[in-house]
Write a protein that binds this ligand. Structure first.
Ligand code: PTJ
Length: 249
């Protein structure tokens, strides 16, 4: 699946691998027209992080994971970019948490839904995991969102109490917050609307953040919520890190 020309010792291997995954997903018809633009914006912010998980992101990741473990109806939301970049990690995390994945996309077409669900199903079989995957038969609407992007499953996103929404648009994030959910955002841009409006924001690259969560699940008992968690402070710490990177250049 992941055959690329670059050697794993290449300093930009992780970044090249993500680009390759997007190219493959594009060929399968999984991506929105603006998917590459969204990824490019993410890459620019990741450059400022130094392409590493910074301490404030690791703290937010731990707190977010504790919230997902404690959730009564935790759901992981998957869009085109997320399916392209990290289907395996999302499936492994869902399996470890015992919660469903729901494919929920902004630029919704039947063709894209079919391509994304097909890809996830292939990866689920390859990994041999028993994970409930929703999105195929929406029977509810997210209040406050117009058009096909509002479609969701009642037993999934609609009735969830804790929801992971990586690389999400600001409108959906706000609509989910207004429903009273704990909304966990993964976004490299600490100034995006989703980053600022979510309950817990992990300013990290998607696949790195998910790998950290999966690794933390090995010590699940020690993952507890941070009673003093402050999302604005988390975002400020990420911005400070980026400004320091720029000053040092
Ligand atoms: O598949 P769809 O139709 O749901 O569309 C998906 C995209 C991502 C195209 C859509 O949601 C969109 O346009 O998103 P935005 O508004 O561009 O926001 C995406 C955010 O994710 C931006 O703030 C990027 O900085 C950030 N981002 C991009 N790639 C990554 C990322 N954050 C973490 N990891 C990444 N790999």
């Amino acid at each position: 699946m992941d055959e690329i020309a670059a050697d794993p010792s290449h300093p930009r291997y992780a970044s090249l691998l993500m680009r390759h995954r997007l190219e493959e997903a594009e060929k399968k018809g999984m991506l929105a027209g603006s998917a590459m633009i969204a990824h490019g914006r993410g890459e620019a912010f990741d450059y400022l992080l130094g392409e590493v998980t910074i301490p404030s992101a690791l703290d937010a990741t731990r707190h977010a994971l504790a919230s997902m473990i404690q959730g009564q109806r935790t759901v992981l939301s998957v869009n085109g970019n997320v399916a392209a970049l990290a289907s395996d990690e999302m499936l492994i995390l869902a399996s470890a948490l015992g919660c469903p994945l729901e494919v929920n996309i902004f630029y919704r077409t039947p063709e894209r839904m079919k391509a994304i669900l097909g890809h996830i199903s292939e990866r689920k079989t390859a990994l041999g995991l028993d994970v409930e995957v929703l999105g195929h038969a929406p029977n509810a609407l997210i209040p406050g969102l117009k058009g096909p992007r509002a479609a969701c499953h009642k037993e999934g996103i609609l009735d969830s109490d804790v929801i992971l929404v990586p690389l999400e648009d600001g409108d959906r994030c706000r609509a989910l917050m207004e429903m009273g959910k704990t909304v966990i955002v993964i976004d490299l841009n600490p100034r995006s609307r989703s980053a600022r409006e979510g309950t817990i924001t992990i300013v990290d690259e998607l696949s790195r953040a998910l790998k950290n969560m999966v690794a933390m699940m090995d010590e699940k008992a020690s993952i507890v919520m941070d009673a003093h968690y402050d999302n604005d402070a988390t975002l400020d710490r990420a911005l400070e890190w980026m400004l320091n990177t720029l000053k040092e250049e």
